[in-house]
Design a protein around this ligand. Structure first.
Ligand SMILES: NC(=O)c1ccc[n+]([C@@H]2O[C@H](COP(=O)([O-])OP(=O)(O)OC[C@H]3O[C@@H](n4cnc5c(N)ncnc54)[C@H](OP(=O)(O)O)[C@@H]3O)[C@@H](O)[C@H]2O)c1
Length: 257
């Protein structure tokens, strides 16, 4: 089995660092043309320079472009999708990766503003970015939508209740869109704890203890997630749709003991 994304165009939200940057890099070194999105132009330019260098080192000739936009701003989503179509002529793979978590605490303690912000970026954006990409051409040229969820969308834990609600809904949105959009494939990925800025506080406070309890004895790296996403986005996964795949170093199989 060979995993190649040659001839494909991908749009990755939240691609300037962490998991999104690793996905975009692996897509590009696998031959895809990639549009990187996040909010900050300078961070995007820096990520593009790194990805261009990785492609050169791998001897891969491809094309990477950037578009700064807040994923939760639906007009900006339209502009980013339009820019991708204008630059590359198609979108074969959309990765809904950008997410936010402005609130940590008891679920009933959340205020409406932070509740709305969490849902806007983590759930509303994946739905409407998918809609924009579908209408821009995926309806006629079937592709793949990958939603980055979380193991938190499958279980309960203190502090992350509101964030996890958005991820649980995203897992169901993945099923629902797979039902409605086939032969376009819609798949989800649910990472456990991965070492990024997003998870820095958790990694700092609980990382060593959690890693020691895991069957694979380490926390996740962005590249672990990128490898799975690249497989799912490729034609090697052409009979996979609707499900969300846990990737957590085995943390979830341990049970409570
Ligand atoms: N790290 C973990 O342990 C973990 C576990 C489970 C699931 N996840 C999920 O994995 C995904 C990536 O997380 P990460 O850990 O890689 O986070 P990260 O390192 O903080 O990176 C987040 C990326 O998203 C961008 N971003 C943030 N808000 C955005 C917005 N409103 N619009 C557009 N871009 C935005 C950031 O760039 P700008 O600041 O420039 O916008 C950055 O490029 C998220 O969906 C997260 O929920 C992470």
């Amino acid at each position: 089995m060979q995993i190649s994304l040659e001839g494909k165009v991908a749009l990755v939200t939240g691609a300037s660092k962490g998991i999104g940057k690793a996905i975009a890099t692996t897509f590009a070194t696998s031959g895809a043309k990639v549009m990187l999105n996040s909010r900050k132009q300078d961070a995007l330019e820096a990520a593009k320079a790194e990805i261009d260098a990785a492609c050169t080192a791998a001897g891969v000739s491809t094309d990477v472009e950037v578009f700064a936009a807040n994923a939760g701003d639906l007009d900006a989503a339209t502009a980013c999708v339009d820019a991708t179509m204008a630059r590359f002529g198609a979108i074969d793979v959309l990765v809904n990766n950008a997410a936010t978590n402005p609130y940590y605490g008891a679920t009933l303690g959340v205020d409406p503003a932070r509740y709305d912000k969490t849902f806007q970026v983590n759930l509303k954006a994946p739905l409407f970015w998918s809609q924009r990409v579908w209408e821009a051409g995926m309806r006629d040229r079937p592709g793949v939508i990958v939603n980055i969820a979380s193991v938190g969308g499958m279980r309960t834990e203190f502090g992350l209740g509101v964030y996890n609600l958005t991820k649980a809904a995203l897992i169901h949105l993945t099923r629902q869109l797979a039902h409605e959009l086939g032969p376009t494939r819609v798949v989800g990925v649910a990472p456990g704890l991965v070492q990024t800025d997003f998870a820095a506080v958790l990694v700092e406070n609980f990382g060593d203890r959690l890693a020691a309890q895991m069957p694979l004895k380490r926390l996740g790296e962005p590249q672990d997630i990128a490898n799975l996403v690249t497989f799912l986005a490729s034609d090697a996964a052409s009979w996979i749709t609707g499900d969300t795949y846990v990737i957590d170093g085995g943390a979830g199989v341990r049970g409570g003991g």
